[in-house]
Design a protein around this ligand. Structure first.
Ligand code: FES
Length: 67
């Protein structure tokens, strides 16, 4: 899906860069996302936040063994 129409940047491109460890500012500089009209900024930031490597993917909860 295209996130930034002005610069034709897709969510996949943003996600790939975020998974490589880049933050929003780095991605904006690299891809030009949210650098023209700015309408895509919140969506682009959401994609970065969802793909941040420091963000836990899932929480594991131990269930106590019952007797
Ligand atoms: S849609 Fe991204 S800057 Fe315009």
């Amino acid at each position: 899906m295209i996130v930034c129409v002005c610069r034709r940047v897709s969510d996949r491109e943003i996600a790939r860069h975020a998974r490589a460890g880049m933050d929003f500012d780095d991605i904006q500089f690299e891809l030009g996302v949210a650098s023209q009209c700015g309408q895509c900024e919140s969506c682009a930031r959401d994609v970065v936040a969802q793909c941040c490597p420091s963000r836990p993917v899932a929480a594991i909860q131990r269930v106590p063994a019952s007797a």
